[in-house]
Design a binder for this molecule. Sequence first.
Ligand SMILES: Nc1ncnc2c1ncn2[C@@H]1O[C@H](COP(=O)(O)OP(=O)(O)O)[C@@H](O)[C@H]1O
Ligand SMILES: [Mg+2]
Length: 591
Amino acid sequence: MDNRIIGHVKRVNGPVIEASGITDAMMMELVRISEGRLIGEIVKLAGDTAVIQVYEDTTGIKPGDNVYGSGMPLSVELGPGLIGTIYDGIQRPLEELLEACGEFIEKGVTRPSLNRDKKWHFIPTEGLTPGSKIDSGFSLGTIVETARVTHKILVPPGVSGTIISISSEGDYTVENIAAEIETEKGPIAIKFFQRWPIRKPRPVKSRQPLSVPLITGQRVIDTLFPLAKGGTVAIPGGFGTGKTMTQHAVAKWCDADIIVYIGCGERGNEMTDVLTEFPKLVDPRTGTSLMERTILIANTSNMPVSAREASIYTGVTLAEYYRDQGYHVAIMADSTSRWAEALRELAGRMEEMPAEEGFPAYLPTRIAEFYERAGYMIVQDGSEGSVTIIGAVSPPGGDFSEPVTQHTKRFVRCFWGLDRQLANARHYPAISWLDSYSEYLNDVAEWWETTSGAPWLKNRAEIMELLQKEVRLQQVVKLVGPDALPDSQRFTIEVCTLFKNAFLQQNAFDDIDRYSSVEKQVRMLEIILIYARRGAEAIQRGVTVVKLRHMKIVQDIAKMKLSISNDDITGLDKLEVRLERAMDQLESIYE
Ligand SMILES: Nc1ncnc2c1ncn2[C@@H]1O[C@H](COP(=O)(O)OP(=O)(O)O)[C@@H](O)[C@H]1O
Ligand SMILES: [Mg+2]
């Protein structure tokens, strides 16, 4: 198919090529250009003229060069071998390309996305025999892909019928035939991999309401601004405020089955860091490599912007494929601002009318289309799976009023705003408790309350109210000094300071503190609230704020995140008993 000439290059403008004399092509078709066979995609088609976005360096391409059609849209390969691989924005296996070409990937060099030689051990689904009826999304059998992922070989969307033959247990390459199916349109051979166009969401049975949190072990996230499985969140923040650290913490710790990490090069060296560091990361829970559940998509700085534009669709398509196997998948994109800039550059080269700050008018539509692919779904075979999207946004100068942050805010339901002042003060994670929000609170409250037995929503509301009160009190303090406040109000400030230090701040580099279990988070918050409630009562009876501040137990509360491990819930029980006792004692003096 690739040898079919469908037109000729007319004009080259960086990664954008105009071709003329086009016959027999379709919108979004994958094409190849010149004898170097550069990979491109038709993004506009009018009469016999096409605009082609090229995913490789176009130096050397000249008017008159051939354009070859493929008859299919830009697609990804879906099958065993995805997990643990590092891809570029159009799913070329980066390590293999680098091996083949050295540091600079030569033009037109291709390697299949999925290894063609590797053999996988396939176990067919019990009971499937010639004559069995099957439908799309049905699992023909399984392959153990990594220690953590068992891959289902799915009947592709749109295929249904009767099995003619199915492979028996044994070792196969992805190009072997898993089953032959008699369909209405005749027999079809299903391989161990399938293709899917990146810009088209994979079909599901239905979308479910969200109710299960994505647990990250990061207290400010899980307790104050929780994300739901199948939900969407933006992490906006200026340079150096901790977007990447937050994404990494979530990638390491969250309870998703599969992670798709899309690195849209913030800085040249940051992508290199991802490439060299990520594969070395050890899953702290199992001691195995984190790559056992991770797919990396990396846009290095020497790659054309068009590959960056495509990368988020590539990533979300891979995520949907694992969702369809009944997995919970989390996608991280760092950063969607770099993706939007790629969109802007391409639009500029296509001479499209710029809207806000030079971004094309369709920026909001594109952002929406990306985040809409998140969701908690009943997939085609009736099981459940989800795609959660976590997008970093890096507004220039940290100014959240710019278009990418603003439009993203319209389409995500959770917002972890990073605060420059907190970062400067080394309060990490620098997620602002005043700017951030989660619209999933009510959705996940029941899960939290059933799991922990605590009045989670009420407790959270109580601490948030104190934090908001504190802002007003701090304004007064700024004007007239702390001594002007009555002890009850000074105590509110005291509690908030304790909560910020003992709970909100979390050290990603500390072996105990880097992850807090659900139960530990719930108990830590309760202990701080007991101190807040009983302290407020004590003040009514005449205890001073200085007395409360100097209670020895307060120092132990401040250290509980570091001193009490996740498995040591009795440690928290004991602390709580001691706190109640200390409060009893303090109050008894005033009785
Ligand atoms: N949770 C955290 N714990 C400890 N240090 C952090 C944390 N978050 C950020 N930092 C510090 O801030 C620096 C910058 O964070 P980074 O994620 O690279 O910022 P960004 O991606 O927003 O530019 C990190 O190198 C680290 O020193
Ligand atoms: Mg970063």
